[in-house]
Design a protein around this ligand. Structure first.
Ligand SMILES: *Cc1c(COP(=O)(O)O)cnc(C)c1O
Length: 387
């Protein structure tokens, strides 16, 4: 039977879904999740793609990755439990939070997850009692002050100290699988990835020479960028220098990546409605039922600049889009040109799957957007899941 998928980002479907499920709404298109997964897999041949749940830990997204025979990157006990609930094979999951409580380690081990990340001696020592059961990747830090979120400031050991840490792992009798890094999210180009791969290739070789472990894994993290208001290079082009750098590695080394944003970002839109309007200082202010404390929280936490449009058409006017709360920072867009809107009109934010709903709050008792997934299976016109 032919598979039937719709494009839920088309206005008629947006309207239908809002009528059915209300506003504000996050519409996740599982067909786009799978398409993003496949595009990245094609751009990084031979690399195992572990979806990092953090930007959008939604069951429909996770299942879509599993449907593609993808892998998972889990960082918290909650994420381990979600993967477990969805029947993910723990052998296809890694646990990548560099700092964990003993109970987090025990919980992940009980779920069958074996590969963990550590970046300092105290964390490595936490695994002494689990040697034989748990295996380690050591996270190395490569600072990227230019990126949106420089994840190497908070985590990772300096490359100069990585071998010393590897020696401690070996001394404690823990299996060392390799190294990992995360150059930071929404990377502007692949230069940091390349630098990090080159350094890690040397570390793998040196640690192997010293017989410090199995040393058959390199985890190149996430950071793969997507289009927002600013456009980025196509993923095939972005990854070209990475593909070249990976050729430095011995054949036996398994390379894995941990994309989050690249998979989830383009796969969802945020739909909100005008609650009311006012004319202030020559501009129309529209007050929406979603704002920076809700799905647009990425504007604060993730420096997000989302393309926003109205479903209504007409001549454009200087407008301001504000969120629903009584706080003055809850303004989504100033200097935006929009048709004249009425109460109930719909606004659509694009590229809003990653780092949006995941860290939304219910400040002022405005509920978080409902998440509706579409196209999880053929003929799925919209499903709201318990999350
Ligand atoms: C957040 C995170 C990711 C995902 O990063 P993106 O930039 O969204 O691809 C991957 N791995 C780890 C350890 C993370 O913390």
């Amino acid at each position: 039977m032919a598979k039937s998928y719709i494009d839920p980002f088309e206005p008629a479907h947006i309207q239908r879904l809002v009528e059915q499920f209300g506003s504000p709404l996050i519409i996740v298109d599982c067909e786009r999740v799978r398409a993003q997964y496949k595009k990245l897999a094609k751009a990084l041949p031979g690399v195992d793609i572990h979806y990092a749940l953090k930007p959008l830990p939604h069951p429909a997204v996770v299942r879509s990755i599993l449907d593609c025979k993808g892998w998972l990157d889990l960082a918290t006990t909650g994420e381990v439990q979600l993967a477990q609930r969805l029947g993910a094979d723990p052998a296809r999951c890694i646990h990548t939070h560099p700092i964990k409580r003993d109970k987090d380690i025990r919980n992940a081990l009980a779920a069958g997850v074996r590969v963990f990340v550590a970046d300092n001696p105290d964390e490595v020592r936490k695994f002494r009692r689990y040697r034989g059961e748990a295996e380690l990747l050591l996270r190395v830090s490569f600072r990227s002050p230019g990126v949106v979120s420089d994840l190497s400031r908070k985590f990772g050991c300096d490359p100069e100290n990585a071998l010393e840490l590897a020696r401690l792992v070996a001394k404690l009798g823990i299996t060392l699988r390799g190294f990992s890094f995360h150059v930071g999210s929404q990377a502007p180009d692949a230069r940091k990835h390349v630098e990090a791969i080159e350094v890690c290739a040397r570390l793998l070789a040196e640690a192997k020479r010293e017989k410090l472990g199995v040393l058959d894994t390199l985890d190149i993290g996430g950071g793969f960028p997507i289009d927002y208001l600013e456009k980025v290079a196509d993923i095939g082009k972005f990854c070209a220098p990475i593909r070249k750098a990976l050729k430095l590695l011995p054949e036996r080394v398994r390379v894995i990546a941990e994309p989050g944003r690249y998979i989830a970002g383009p796969a969802a839109i945020a739909v909100s409605s005008v609650m009311g309007r006012a004319q202030r200082s020559g501009a129309w202010w529209y007050y929406l039922d979603d704002g920076v404390y809700g799905s647009y929280s990425g504007q604060l936490y993730d420096h997000g600049h989302y393309p926003i449009r109205a479903l209504r058409e007409g001549p454009l006017h200087a407008s301001v889009l504000a969120g629903p709360t009584c706080d003055s920072i809850d303004v989504i867009a100033e200097d935006i040109r929009l048709p004249k809107l009425k109460e109930g009109d719909l606004l659509v934010g694009s590229a809003m799957g990653a780092y949006t709903w995941a860290h939304a709050s219910e400040f002022n008792f405005f509920p978080k957007a409902t998440v509706v997934s579409v196209n999880e299976t053929s003929g799925d016109l919209g499903t709201v899941l318990e999350v």
